[in-house]
Design a protein around this ligand. Structure first.
Ligand code: DX5
Ligand code: ZN
Length: 223
């Protein structure tokens, strides 16, 4: 299991009118900024079109983890790598050629990640272990921040951790992560954590990011 814990806060619940300042608050203590791209087709919500997302990527002081919740993702995923995203996540439910899209993302200099919605099993994707740098197990139905953590997804996290074995593949969870739920997710085998509302609803977002990391590390060390 990867020894390192990563906190990748989502800006979905940040103030979109002041994104630069919001990102500046958490950048010094975050591993990546998690950028949720939604097209109002794959999920019933819209956040950024490609050109707005590309501007955020270019302006970010730390690497961007782009989570693409868009239909027909094969046609646009590589553009996010070219635009400078450090990691690009495609949904297994939105692609018709997982291997070539993941390879395309990597060949353009970004880490390549594969996400599954709560209703999608992970076992069928173990054949892509050579192409994937990270698996993303959704712990909410994608589309909105502030939803309740789905503890029922921990079995899928445990299965994913087994599939990864000793490979240096990261295991990210996304949705409802807080000081309470991060412990459950660490115990199940996750090592990379998206938190949106827990961070931006906090009095001090940077302090919350640090608290989430410390909680995750102490949970991992717990017997
Ligand atoms: C939901 C997004 C998540 C969301 C997390 O579709 O993929 O990244 O912003 O927000 P919280 O942490 O509030 O569940
Ligand atoms: Zn996300």
């Amino acid at each position: 299991m990867s020894g390192h814990i990563r906190i990748t806060p989502s800006i979905l619940n940040a103030d979109f009118g002041h994104l630069d300042q919001e990102i500046a608050k958490i950048a010094p203590v975050s591993d990546f900024i998690h950028l949720d791209v939604m097209d109002n087709v794959f999920v019933p919500n819209f956040t950024f079109d490609f050109s707005s997302a590309a501007k955020i990527i270019a302006a970010s002081p730390i690497p961007i983890d782009a989570h693409l919740m868009v239909a027909n993702v094969d046609s646009i995923a590589i553009d996010y790598a070219v635009a400078g995203a450090a990691s690009v996540t495609i949904h297994a439910e939105a692609t018709s050629d997982i291997s070539s899209t993941l390879k395309g993302i990597k060949s353009h200099g970004a880490r390549a990640a594969l996400a599954v919605k709560p209703g999608t099993a992970i076992d069928q994707y173990s054949e892509f272990l050579d192409d994937v740098d990270m698996f993303l197990i959704m712990t909410v139905e994608p589309g909105f921040g502030g939803q309740k953590f789905m503890e029922s997804m921990m079995e899928k996290v445990r299965i994913t951790r087994k599939i990864i074995g000793s490979r240096p593949i990261w295991l990210q969870v996304d949705g409802g992560i807080s000081l309470e739920t991060i412990e459950i997710a660490v115990t199940a085998g996750a090592d990379t954590f998206v938190a949106g509302s827990a961070v931006f609803n906090a009095e001090d977002p940077a302090r919350m990011v640090n608290a989430l990391r410390e909680r995750a590390i102490s949970s991992k060390l717990a017997p």
